[in-house]
Design a protein around this ligand. Structure first.
Ligand code: PLP
Length: 303
């Protein structure tokens, strides 16, 4: 349906796969925690002379200053600073900005762990340049996560195929079915290139968690892929939504949003009192009243 790279899907042998999390925030946190634990293990092998706490004190993550607040929050929860790199004038984060930040930090003794890119930022629905970011992450052994919470639904449309550029090179990806896909809150899909990296990071054992199928089944034990132990049956509401509306119905819904936004964009453009502050992207039109910010604030209050 979304035409994701096959290594994310159940159709291949693995080690990739997908899981439904509650929210984009949880998916990002899972990626950040797993990347952190993988980096700690790698660095302990590379530098046995360093203590674990020394290593943990040097870890650093990256995102853009346009990314959602949940990315900064994931850094707080994971006790790992997230550097919010300034996006370029078009509000996009690209490889060169990441490269110079990483090179500067490595020279200062830091250990880069993960870059969280965004496909469809909250402010303007800007798309970070996943391909150029992937090149830098591959060079430096940095995990690349893509937060496509809103825009991910548009991957279902062939006319939005350019959104898929570079996704075959990312380590993990999330998108909210509770946004464009009409599934009730909460429902956030997450895919991993190598799910073992999450399972190894989160696997804890207790006698009461054992079951007779352990290690003998191709069915993943999702408790190791997430923060809670128990799981809600969110797949049921996804199934019902898809059965009720069908893939074409869901595509038509996304197209309708884009069409309405396009109409609204032309209304704004033809009205001398308003101006666009960023190009329309999918269903998002960012506009303001011309003149003082106070006018826009008043308009917002009235709305
Ligand atoms: C790009 C982006 N990422 C993450 C989020 C957070 O989503 P959630 O409420 O599912 O954690 C949002 C919410 O609007 C968003 O736009």
């Amino acid at each position: 349906f979304l035409k994701l790279p096959s290594h994310f899907l159940h159709e291949t042998e693995g080690p990739g796969g997908g899981v439904i999390q509650g929210s984009a925030s949880e998916a990002v946190l899972v990626a950040v925690l797993a990347a952190r634990e993988q980096a700690v293990r790698r660095e302990r092998e590379l530098h046995p002379e360093m203590s674990e706490s020394d290593i943990r004190g040097k870890l650093i993550a990256y995102s853009s200053d346009q990314s959602n607040s949940c990315i900064e929050k994931a850094g707080v929860l994971a006790a790992m600073p997230v550097k919010l790199l300034p996006a370029s004038e078009d509000l996009v984060l690209r490889g060169p900005a990441l490269r110079s930040a990483i090179e500067r930090d490595v020279a200062a003794g830091y250990i880069p762990v993960i870059c969280i890119a965004t496909l469809g930022t909250t402010g303007t629905c800007a798309y970070d340049d996943i391909e150029s970011l992937a090149g830098v992450c591959e060079e430096h052994g940095v995990w690349l996560h893509v937060d496509a919470a809103y825009a991910g639904g548009a991957l279902a449309l062939d006319e939005c195929a350019e959104l898929r550029r570079g996704l075959d090179r990312v380590d993990s990806l999330n998108f909210n079915l509770h946004k464009f896909m009409l599934v009730n809150f909460d429902c956030a899909a997450m895919w991993l290139r190598d799910a073992n990296k999450v399972v190894d990071s989160f696997d804890v054992d207790r006698i009461y968690l054992k079951h007779k199928y352990e290690g003998h089944t191709p069915i993943p034990d999702f408790r190791h892929w997430q923060i809670p132990l128990g799981r809600r049956f969110r797949a049921l509401k996804v199934w019902i939504t898809f059965r009720t509306l069908g893939a074409e119905g869901l595509r038509a819904h996304v197209r309708k949003h884009i069409e309405l936004a396009t109409q609204f964009e032309s209304l704004v453009k033809s009205d001398a009192r308003f101006e666009l502050i960023a190009p329309r992207a999918l269903g998002l039109v960012c506009f303001r009243a011309k003149g003082d910010n106070e006018i826009t604030s008043q308009l917002l209050q009235r709305l």
